[in-house]
Design a protein around this ligand. Structure first.
Ligand code: COA
Length: 258
């Protein structure tokens, strides 16, 4: 049980809804603790094939880290806060199961950073994205300076980071920050539709795609070498034998995640 999240598992899709609508789903310590528990479940529960992260209510995905917790932190405490947030978001980014952000409203500060740590994003028409930290005398601390540059390019990211400007869903789509913009009532359905397809694919191969694509942005790794390794690993799986045999036998493959 989570005090700040609603979770639901439907046909292999685990839906995590951040549930503090009166505070526009701002990320406080409790949300981070609950998110980490939910991620434990994502990593260990075989019934969970893929994940949606969204916000409660019609107004906000997540309006940022909870500013009321920033009060009197020291420099060292500020660093620890950023590190803890980054570690949680690395768990999302490195999840072997696909995680999609359904951005249903404001995705500001830590909310934009949370969405960017997911494998891809779908927005409702009313969604708004931004990194308004400089308004508070801060910078993004949960990976925002890195992932915004990765996702939309340095020039656009620099402008957003320094100006605190908010962009709407159409601009986010044009920048490549979100894959689709849909009506709010269609948001979860659109993600389910895509994940239902992905859930039919070989899970270890899907995980290999995630590991390899993430390696592009890890300077300690050679992404091409990671790809060689992940490709090779597929040959040791039952699912690869099943997938290739099924193709040759002109039937649909049935994958087991082994
Ligand atoms: N941290 C803590 N509380 C937050 C919050 C945040 N990041 N964002 C919103 N809230 C709270 C507000 O304080 C308010 O609480 P209250 O009703 O107890 O006063 C409630 O959520 C509703 O927000 P409100 O500002 O009244 O809504 P609005 O429609 O006028 O404005 C926003 C919406 C998103 C523009 C505005 O809430 C905002 O600018 N939020 C902060 C965004 C931000 O700087 N995020 C980065 C943090 S590092």
């Amino acid at each position: 049980m989570h005090s700040t999240l609603l979770v639901e598992l439907v046909n292999g899709v685990f839906i995590i809804t951040i549930n503090r609508p009166d505070k526009l789903n701002a990320l406080n310590k409790d949300v981070f603790a609950d998110l980490n528990k939910a991620l434990d479940e994502v990593y260990t529960n075989n019934q969970i094939q893929s994940v949606i992260i969204t916000g409660s209510g019609l107004k906000a995905f997540v309006a940022g880290a909870d500013i009321s917790e920033f009060g009197n932190l020291s420099v060292e405490q500020g660093k620890a806060l950023a590190k803890a947030g980054q570690d949680t978001f690395f768990r999302i980014e490195n999840s072997p199961k696909p995680i999609v952000a359904c951005v249903n409203g404001f995705a500001l500060g830590g909310g934009c950073e949370l969405a960017m740590s997911c494998h891809f994003r779908i927005a409702s028409i009313n969604a708004k994205f931004g990194q308004p930290e400089v308004n508070l005398g801060l910078i993004p601390g949960y990976g925002g300076t890195q992932r915004l540059v990765q996702l939309i390019g340095k020039g656009r990211a620099m402008e957003l980071l320094m100006s605190a400007a908010m962009i709407d869903a159409t601009t986010a789509f044009n920048y490549g920050l979100v894959n689709y913009v849909v009506a709010q009532e269609e948001l979860i359905n659109k993600a389910k539709e895509i994940l239902t397809v992905i859930n039919t694919k070989a899970p270890l191969a899907v995980a290999g795609c995630i590991t390899s694509a993430n390696a592009v942005f890890n300077e300690n790794e050679n992404g091409f070498a990671v790809e060689v390794n992940e490709f090779g690993k597929c040959f040791g799986t039952e699912d690869m034998k099943e997938g290739t045999t099924a193709f040759l036998e002109k039937r649909k493959a049935s994958f087991k995640g082994k």
